[in-house]
Design a protein around this ligand. Sequence first.
Ligand code: UD1
Length: 361
Amino acid sequence: RLLVHVLGARPNFVKAAPVIDALRAAGADQVVIHTGQHYDERMSDIFFRDLGLPEPDVNLGVGSGGHAEQTAALMVGLDREFTERSPALVIVYGDVNSTIAAALVAAKLHIPVAHVEAGLRSFDMTMPEEVNRRLTDQLSELCFVTSPEAVGHLAAEGVAVDRVHFVGNPMIDTLLGNLGKFDTEAVRAAYGLPERYVLATMHRPANVDSPETAAALVNRLHGVADLADLVMPVHPRGRANLLAAGLADHPRVRILDPLGYIEFVAAVRGAAAVVTDSGGIQEETTVLGVPCLTVRPNTERPITITHGTNRLVTFDELVPATRKALESAGRTESRTPPLWDGHAGPRIAEVITTSLNRWEH
Ligand code: UD1
């Protein structure tokens, strides 16, 4: 009764760690397939080390490419692995291309799929992630939900209610489980960061893929840097466009290579405010109580706004909103969303074990 976890990109690693741990504790027979969607040492290996993830049993080495090319390569590699290993369940995470590729291949081989972080919706089909999320949920026998509104989204799309399990947020399991390791002073010393800084990350195609948009964004980021030192670990996607637009040409902008998990969250914890277009960082700042300005027209994680510290901003709103966040520093109110309590992994393991027993009989 083999369980196969499919991991491909940075956020997958953070979500899978507590699920793999809990299943190991339950005595499950499991295999980790790394698709190789992310492959740089600083996008992948460092996460496996920081999170104590088991060495992948296989790395498909798929790498980068256009959506069709990458998804096709993912599917061919995963089809071979699933056929050889005939798992009882394939477990996929989040909304990246590796997620939908694995779900689609498993469904065609009649292998049940479990989707961790199901039901999130931005209702913006121009985001590749929204396409991946919707389709993966349709193919999943087990939909593990991190936030109550996701249950309604799945019901509205006709997903049978007995497939849906509200279990909390495994990304927050990882955060809470590592709280003692996030040493802001150590990161400050290692990178020479000032006492007060804004931390920024940008990698959404809509923000960084076109040179014109990247230039408009850099202009606003310089406006933020006029208010406070701006520290920016740069994702490989968009690096060229952001640097070509002069991101580094401001005395108060500090460009860093991508950080590992522990150093990154330590840097978030010490930040006066965070500017981002990431999904997971909206959740992490909510739990850490750090003001978060999300440079996107929508979010699939509205609970980070209603309960947490998150706010959506347009390019034009970014500088004034940052000013306001800095003025209110230390006084940001945040309530932790329901079941973001560090026990999502064990809940997921429990549902998986019970479901496998039921399917056998
Ligand atoms: C992917 C996910 C996105 C997620 C992000 C987290 C999809 C559709 N998107 O976006 O949802 O938020 O991961 O990081 O799956 N590259 C490297 N080294 C690497 C990986 C990527 O240099 O290790 C560069 C390549 O130029 C590549 C580009 O980044 O073409 C984009 O990588 P890709 O995996 O296609 O998507 P991400 O933008 O990382």
